[in-house]
Design a protein around this ligand. Structure first.
Ligand code: SF4
Length: 754
């Protein structure tokens, strides 16, 4: 595989051509990308009323491979009618995530029942009848409702309302498996669960920490912002167990100088051991305190817990820090020195921080470090969880959580004159465990890939298999439709965001609410999420109740309710008239006023966890490639890491020697959750010995179901594994994990729709 020495650049430009050809030409792709719809991929936020490829600061063009991949996927042709009678359940299960995604758009409801081999196309009437019948035959708490962060605010609000009026709080979203620790950690420390800055704040920062993530792959437009921090003489400090190519140097295609000569991103790059972030963060705090760089007046007036934290830091030994982080004081001190000199600092992080059983502690340790120098509550400084899906934050704001905020609970009851259930709701892992135990019988999944995003994939398949009915609302096929099967599985085809018949709204990770105009449907068959939800609610709950559900198939009307019920969303009431997009009130902090009971930021103390594993094991982190977004795989190759397949384990050459493995040979990987055989051993010197990486979601077979007690998020980024050479060289590559060179994939590709 051709290696690249920087991210972005000409390969991104050529990739744009490739995608343009796939969808019928550059003009067709351009028009789709320029439509007034929010970008469908990540939460950095793009598009909306200022037109596609425009960011919150009004800068144009802003486009990246991720946004093109998502658009091209929605511009695919329809899955051919004979597809469902051609491929059996077993054959679909052998498809890779990429193969399923590229089968085309789902355009008809389909059903698969236990014991049957083929999905059957069914009519919408049949689908509604079956789902309604089942919902009426179980008790509300025998159901759960799972939401992806790709759906609109209106669909999220309406479906959580339907589920609650139906009688359950088993309502949760995909952030339980990604950024929940950010929400819980920030709320505990600052009283608010989202970013405290706007995108524009980054234009004033002179130092940005990028912790536990690879935005060069997953949020590429952030690279332009970081390039400008460096060009202004600022610093970017990257903390990541893997030395990521795009975080060292990134050629921003839309900037001529950068395109030709590249742009240095990281001014300092530090690689802790997997799971060593907490110790490293405390090491930095200890150094700041020791060098007298702590902002004592801020800590005294705006924070509580400083005295205890200072004592803890002074008693913490550098040996413990070094052992548990894998980073020496000699590396930590210069980073702290740079932090001490900076005036406006932003701390950004992703799942390398949240995907741990101590994820909440990691987030609170980042807040501690920020508070030590008063880096919140002023322009250009603050906390920035770099979130995943384009509307994952909006879905949370809409009340898609097991427990509603009290004010939202009260206002919902008042506004709709209803009594809402008060039974405790289950989080995502709680639902899977309950399904496995036979306590829930039915699940409704609005977008996403619940099976694919679950840890312990074998357990997840069994759990979903216990359900009487699972209903998926999706645009394209994914591994959940092949492996996450219940006794009866129904897939309902939905319209993409830019095909919606009515405007919808989305919220970016910077608390910015965009209005997406929608657009013409590309295929006959799929329906809007809001219309399906309104129809189902009408059929299940009837027309006699307090809510006229069919009239709720009106996103404008839903926005009127959101404006009256959800704090900070008042402006959404006029957005249809004003077309004025807005920041949610009370979220961006330019004054050090925190929404905690005391009005002060809370500093926490955490015991540093032991470094996972021992001599005979490795610490594994699951990773996303440059060719995927969350569970959706668009390309099998990982350009920035120089890897051309997904059935690999990335190991440092020293570990390959130490464990008597062969580079390019096959290995068996074991963990407490399961085992994977026939995994290709791929030498990778960009990770420290003792640590390893494999691709998500395929490696979820190895991820145990243990969760962070605060966020209920599994530890996808720290799994203790054993690696041994394959018993026999003849061991076949893994099923369902193909590489571009895989003949089977080629043969299937020719037989599929587009
Ligand atoms: S960085 Fe994120 S929001 Fe921006 S274009 Fe790319 S995928 Fe879309």
């Amino acid at each position: 595989m051709r290696k690249v020495n920087r991210g972005g650049g000409w390969p991104a430009v050529f990739y744009t051509w490739q995608k343009a050809r796939e969808v019928g030409g550059l003009w067709k792709l351009w028009k789709a990308m320029r439509s007034k719809n929010a970008c469908k991929t990540c939460a950095l936020g793009m598009g909306g009323q200022s037109g596609g490829m425009v960011n919150e600061a009004g800068h144009f063009p802003e486009v990246c491979k991720k946004s093109l991949q998502a658009m091209a996927a929605d511009m695919q042709g329809a899955i051919k009618p004979d597809f469902y009678s051609t491929y059996t359940r077993a054959q679909l299960q052998a498809f890779s995530p990429r193969e399923l995604e590229s089968c085309g758009r789902i355009t008809t409801p389909v059903m698969l029942r236990q014991g049957e081999q083929y999905y059957q196309p069914i009519s919408w009437e049949e689908a509604y009848r079956r789902i309604t019948g089942k919902l009426r035959s179980v008790t509300p708490d025998e159901t759960f409702w799972y939401f992806s962060g790709r759906s609109s605010n209106e669909a999220g609000f309406l479906l959580q309302l339907f589920a609650r009026i139906y009688g359950t709080n088993n309502v949760n979203n995909c952030s339980y498996y990604c950024h929940q620790a950010s929400g819980v950690g920030l709320t505990g420390s600052l009283g608010t669960g989202t970013a405290t800055i706007s995108l524009e704040d980054l234009d004033q920062s002179d130092l940005v920490f990028v912790i536990g993530g690879n935005p060069a792959s997953n949020h590429p437009r952030l690279m332009r912002t970081l390039m400008h921090v460096r060009r202004r003489g600022g610093e970017v400090i990257v903390i990541n167990p893997i030395l990521e190519t795009g975080l060292v140097n990134f050629a921003v295609p839309g900037d001529v100088r950068s395109l030709f000569f590249g742009s240095s991103i990281a001014s300092v790059y530090v690689q802790p051991h997997i799971g060593g972030d907490l110790a490293l963060l405390y090491g930095l705090a200890k150094r700041i305190e020791a060098m007298g760089a702590a902002d004592e007046p801020f800590l005294a007036n705006q924070c509580e817990g400083w005295i205890e934290l200072r004592t803890f830091l002074r008693n913490l030994s550098w040996d413990e820090i070094k052992h548990k982080s894998g980073v020496s004081q000699a590396e930590i001190d210069p980073i702290a020195d740079r932090y001490a000199k900076a005036r406006r600092v932003v701390f950004g992080w992703t799942m390398g921080i949240t995907h741990h059983t101590h994820g909440v502690h990691n987030v609170q340790a980042i807040v501690n470090l920020a508070m030590l120098r008063g880096m919140a509550g002023k322009p250009g400084a603050g906390l920035m969880p770099i979130r995943g899906h384009s509307n994952v934050q909006g879905i949370g704001t809409m009340g898609v959580t097991p427990k509603l905020k009290e004010i939202v609970f009260d206002r919902l009851q008042q506004h709709f004159a209803v009594r809402l259930p008060t039974t405790p709701g289950l989080d995502t892992m709680g639902c899977i465990e309950a399904a496995h135990a036979g306590k829930v019988k039915l699940a409704v999944c609005l977008g996403g890939n619940l099976y694919g995003s679950n840890p312990d994939a074998t357990f997840a398949a069994k759990a979903l298999g216990e359900l009487d009915l699972i209903v998926y609302l999706n645009t394209t096929l994914n591994t959940g439709h092949a492996h996450g099967l219940a006794k009866e599985t129904i897939i309902l085809p939905v319209l993409a965001r830019d095909e919606e018949p009515q405007p919808t709204t989305q919220e970016s990770m910077f608390n910015f609410v965009r209005l997406s105009d929608g657009g013409p449907a590309r295929h006959d068959g799929p329906l809007s999420e809001v219309r399906i939800i309104a129809e189902l609610a009408h059929r299940v709950l009837g027309a006699s109740g307090p809510i006229d559900w069919l009239s709720m198939n009106n996103t404008g009307q839903i926005r009127q309710a959101i404006a009256r019920i959800v704090p900070g969303m008042e402006q959404i009431a006029e957005i249809d008239q004003t077309r004025k997009e807005f920041h949610i009130g009370g979220r961006v902090l330019h004054e050090p006023r925190f929404s905690t009971p005391s009005g002060k930021a809370r500093l926490f103390i955490h015991e540093l966890p032991e470094l996972a594993g021992d001599e005979g094991t490795l610490r594994l982190m699951t990773i996303r490639s440059e060719g995927q977004f969350n569970t959706v795989v668009y390309e099998n190759y990982d350009l920035y890491r120089g890897v051309d397949r997904r059935d690999v384990i990335l190991l440092h050459p020293d570990d390959i020697r130490r464990l008597h493995l062969t580079a390019g040979g096959r290995a068996t990987i074991r963990s407490n959750a399961g085992a994977m055989q026939g995994v290709l051993v791929s030498p990778f010197d960009k990770i420290k010995p003792g640590n390893a990486a494999m691709y998500y979601p395929e490696a979820n077979l190895l991820v145990p179901r243990s969760v962070d007690p605060g966020s209920k998020t599994p530890s996808f980024k720290c799994v203790v594994i054993q690696v041994e050479a394959a018993a026999s060289a003849a061991q076949q590559p893994l099923a369902g994990i193909s590489s571009d060179g895989d003949e089977r994939a080629k043969s299937r590709a020719n037989m599929r729709s587009c």
